[in-house]
Design a protein around this ligand. Sequence first.
Ligand code: ADP
Length: 427
Amino acid sequence: MPLLLGCIADDFTGATDLASMLVKNGMATVQVIGVPHGALPEADAVVVALKSRTAPVGQAVAESLAAAEALLAAGAKQLFFKYCSTFDSTDEGNIGPVADALLKRLGSGFAIACPAFPANGRSIYQGHLFVGSRLLSESGMENHPLTPMRDPDLVRVLGRQTEGGVGLVPFAVVEHGAAAIRREMTRLAESGRRYAIVDAVSDAHLHAIGEAVASHALVTGGSGVAMGLPENFRRAGLLPARSDAAALPAASGLCAVVAGSCSRATLGQIGFARDHVPVLELDPLATPDAAALAAEALRWAEGKLDAARPLVVAASAPPEKVAALQAKLGRDAAGALVEHALAAVAEGLVARGVKRLVVAGGETSGAVVQRLGVRSLRIGAEIDPGVPWTFAETRFAGGAEPASIHLALKSGNFGARDFFLKAFQHV
Ligand code: ADP
């Protein structure tokens, strides 16, 4: 299976989101965690998950280039730079500088920038990004702690991050389809523009844009615009029609859920699970010690692990309890304590034979994946929008033999109320 599409994502859950989109559109896809070292796994598409969204510009550029090098060495025919559908960035970067560096590496002079994802309420009209019915700058994103978005005009926003010129392919052109979009991009490139923001308010627009960029060395955008790319490879005879892009090896063995997200959706999922399966709620305020919390959880789990239903270990707590622990330890130390505890719980459960594991929480997932020594995830079918089952190899620090595991890494606010039960009926 030759590598076709090489992707670089600026954060972990964004990478999964993109990988899931590619799988849904018929590409077998693997997500690699961090800059890859050594041979890449076999797949139609590889998504390298970086943590470069808010990293210093130089680091974001260096890591993105290193990822690009690995993808190109593996034969990638096109690169995709994935960022957030709300264009999370500052005047310093990192979208402009990373895109500039990738274009230069590829010897190319032009790329689109299209974060639109209408199905998720992100649309672009006249270069202005909307979140639902609100302009980006009135969507709440203007108050983001790290990347406040106070200007909804993406032509201006990207223009401040690059020395290259930025133009617009407007709605009226996009409406006319791929050929019209291609003509407008040629006009913009010939008039010296390096980037085009492209309007899109429907999936039909995203498919047309995807078709129009078939020959581009670099495409930049959100996961929405990636929906049109697999078809290009099929049209070129490079990608077979796959009905099995989401196929993972069969899953069996003990089930568990580890939850560190305190988001409303996760708290609801824990509440639902309590009526159906064993649930342990850890109290880090009473026991502010990661090893002791993990030991307590693993003692509790003894005799309760089952292949027919999961058990749930949660540190998740409502805002007043989180605030109490943060007041006691400081915000970062409180988060790190709970993350360490849950990573140790996950490791202990896997050592006790758990083969199917759901993790709730973005940061929590990062901590668990790192503790389990997971370097890449083969992406399977979605359980709920944005949360696929994945298949991975674990490598414990202790040097034990690699073992396989099915993982579902759930961003806090994702998933329906019955997610923790439903997930295990899906695999
Ligand atoms: P989400 O995806 O919902 O944002 P994350 O896992 O990314 O979830 O973030 C949740 C953070 O809250 C983690 O750092 C986790 O360690 C921390 N946390 C979980 N439970 C508690 C708790 N009881 N008190 C304080 N912090 C907690």
